[in-house]
Design a protein around this ligand. Structure first.
Ligand code: SF4
Ligand code: MG
Length: 315
């Protein structure tokens, strides 16, 4: 609720703070139990920062975070340890997020040992093998090292590691973006199967709209640190209300060459989120911008049942 994460920008000889990168700038949303909320937007729009701030991997600048009613920001050390067990993350790059000097068995068992759930031994080995198999990898992989696996297999290991402590919520930060397209759907389908089997909830971050469309129940669109639209997947793709969402959707290629689709080309570059434009941050690129857009920040309004949009003109 009203989540902000600002990073200081330093300059000059004394490295004084001269401004702030407003990576996540007053973002509010809910994620329901068992659902996937997709978060899309161009790179640098604050998706990853938002995902990490929710887990307090980046300490939020301000705002509130509740997990099943528990106050995450004001959690004590012990409460936070328990919350960390329940809320996990899968990173984008399976090449750099796995320690190359550790075997797969060590990588996956590390959180279990660290949290003191099991000691090293047969029981732990069985648990790791079970997790490997759940993620589509055979038992004999347990003694191998990350470099001996393909990108898709490494992401399966990353997912297995995220599952070791039986979490119920996972932030998936571009989990398939580094993979070949042919492998992407395998990993996405694995994530969907695991969700059903284990009752997981996902915050699924991606810049790829077709990936988000495949996996999400609801979708949020971010621009320059702000959430500009949030709705069910169906409505977002069929009847997008925010001009930015429309432009993003118009950029998806259509498989049928006979369908004519008007592409909306946005003028200009994405402005800096150190000094974002006044009023509606999108006004410098919006084809419909009016005077009010430069002056007033649009409220994140409810348009339909579950449809929210931050635009003065959206109806
Ligand atoms: Fe465009 Fe104005 Fe709507 Fe912003 S508020 S998206 S500038 S029409
Ligand atoms: Mg990112």
């Amino acid at each position: 609720k009203n989540l902000k994460k600002y990073f200081p920008v330093t300059g000059g000889f004394f490295k004084k703070t001269v401004g702030y990168i407003k990576a996540t700038d007053d973002v509010s949303f809910k994620i329901k139990e068992g659902e996937t909320l997709g978060l899309v937007g161009e790179s640098g729009c604050g998706k990853s920062t938002t995902g990490r701030a929710i887990l307090r991997l980046h300490e939020p600048t301000s705002g509130e975070i509740y997990y099943k009613g528990k106050d995450v920001i004001n959690a004590s050390k012990n409460e936070m340890k328990e919350l960390r067990r329940e809320m996990q993350i899968v990173f984008q790059d399976p090449y750099s997020s796995l320690n190359p000097r550790m075997t797969v068995g060590q990588i996956i068992s590390e959180p279990i040992v660290q949290h003191g759930f099991m000691k090293k031994g047969k029981e732990l080995e069985d648990r790791v093998c079970q997790l490997l198999e759940k993620c589509g990898l055979a038992r004999y992989h347990i003694n191998r090292y990350p470099h001996q696996f393909s990108g898709g297999q490494r992401q399966r290991i990353g997912i297995a590691r995220a599952l070791t402590l039986n979490p119920s919520f996972i932030v998936a930060d571009e989990p398939v973006s580094a993979l070949d397209v042919s492998i992407q759907s395998q990993v996405l389908n694995l994530m969907m199967d695991l969700q059903e089997e284990l009752g997981l909830s996902y915050l699924f971050i991606s810049h790829d709209l077709s990936v988000v469309r495949h996996i999400s129940n609801r979708v949020g669109v971010m621009y320059l640190g702000s959430l500009v639209e949030l709705s069910s997947k169906k409505e977002l793709f069929q009847d997008p209300k925010h001009p930015y969402t429309r432009a993003l959707l118009s950029a998806i290629p259509v498989a049928n060459p006979k369908t004519k689709k008007k592409q909306i080309i946005l003028k200009g570059d994405i402005p800096s989120n150190v000094n974002p434009p006044s009023g509606c941050k999108f006004h410098t690129r919006c084809p419909y911008a009016e005077d009010i857009c430069k002056e007033q920040v649009p409220e994140f309004r409810k348009l339909g049942d579950e449809h929210f949009v931050a635009c003065h003109l959206a109806k």
